[in-house]
Write a protein that binds this ligand. Structure first.
Ligand SMILES: C[S@@+](CC[C@H](N)C(=O)[O-])C[C@H]1O[C@@H](n2cnc3c(N)ncnc32)[C@H](O)[C@@H]1O
Length: 266
């Protein structure tokens, strides 16, 4: 495990939902629209988390079935409890070793997961293996290196000002491939012919406490780091972040994801 990865805490679905799921849900709506997948398709979702993309597929893509999977038992349990629809079943599964037969699905989709998977090429090949000929492999990840997630960027900038060692923990440093070129490159290496587009949303926080609170919930890399700090260090970070935000109210910041889709050979 790398130094940064030790703060990648994936449990407590409700806390994750408040920190990130609610924003992923907004991107998911644009993503499913852009994907324009055929209706009555069999979907596989990889890394469903609290169910943001799962529920969007159900609401907007008229799927026949969805198999929604995640490596975390906690998240699978949370998403299952939060989603009541006979078309979806939930299962624990690792993106690098999908427990499904070849050619089982029409669409594979994954939201904000690929950067956390150790071997991305293996995961992209697994996506293709389980797709039927002519099926769609798809995913989105935040544009971390482009400063694409304003609230996370603000957090790590303040964290590094308080303790320079935190600079290496910023997802922009940890996931340098999350650029248009970098993503195209790993997709091609994995045998895909990707179409890539940016998807942007505005993350709105009513005031500073609303901005700060999700970082204290412990779910996700920045909150995991935040809650690992001694109290006085955490208070110094909070004060620096507040100073940097500078009295904005509401706090409106942009978050940009890269969305990728590729049809596998018929
Ligand atoms: C940032 S969350 C995204 C959750 C959800 N898709 C969303 O958009 O809100 C990353 C998710 O990837 C899952 N994950 C991390 N590594 C994984 C792997 N190797 N295989 C499957 N899921 C994984 C985590 O458990 C977590 O639920």
């Amino acid at each position: 495990m790398t130094d940064g990865a030790k703060f990648d805490t994936w449990s407590a679905g409700q806390s994750y939902e408040h920190y990130m799921g609610r924003w992923s849900r907004m991107v998911a709506t644009k993503f499913v629209d852009w994907l324009d997948a055929p209706s009555s398709a069999d979907w596989l979702e990889i890394g469903c988390g609290s169910g943001a993309l799962t529920q969007t597929i159900l609401a907007s893509a008229s799927p026949l079935t969805i198999k929604a999977t995640d490596a975390s038992d906690d998240f699978v349990a949370h998403a299952r409890a939060a989603t009541s629809d006979d078309r979806v079943t939930f299962q624990t599964a690792n993106a690098q070793e999908l427990p499904f037969e070849d050619a089982s699905f029409d669409v594979v989709a994954s939201a904000l997961v690929l950067n956390f998977v150790p071997d991305k090429i293996v995961a992209l090949k697994e996506m293709q293996r389980v797709l039927r000929p002519g099926g769609i492999a798809s995913f989105y990840v935040w544009d971390y290196p482009g400063g694409g997630v304003g609230f996370i960027d603000a957090f790590w900038q303040a964290a590094a000002e308080v303790d320079h060692k935190a600079a290496d923990l910023n997802e922009g440093s940890r996931f340098p491939f999350c650029t248009e070129m970098g993503l195209a490159d790993i997709c091609v290496q994995a045998g895909l012919s990707p179409t890539i587009t940016p998807l942007e949303i505005t993350t709105r926080f009513n005031e500073f406490e609303d901005f700060w609170m999700p970082f204290t919930l412990g779910a996700g890399p920045a909150p995991g780091y935040c809650m690992s700090l001694p109290n006085d260090h955490r208070e110094a970070l909070k004060a620096k972040l507040k100073e940097n935000i500078g009295g904005l109210s509401p706090i409106d910041l942009t978050a940009r994801a890269w969305a990728i889709k590729s049809t596998v050979r018929a």
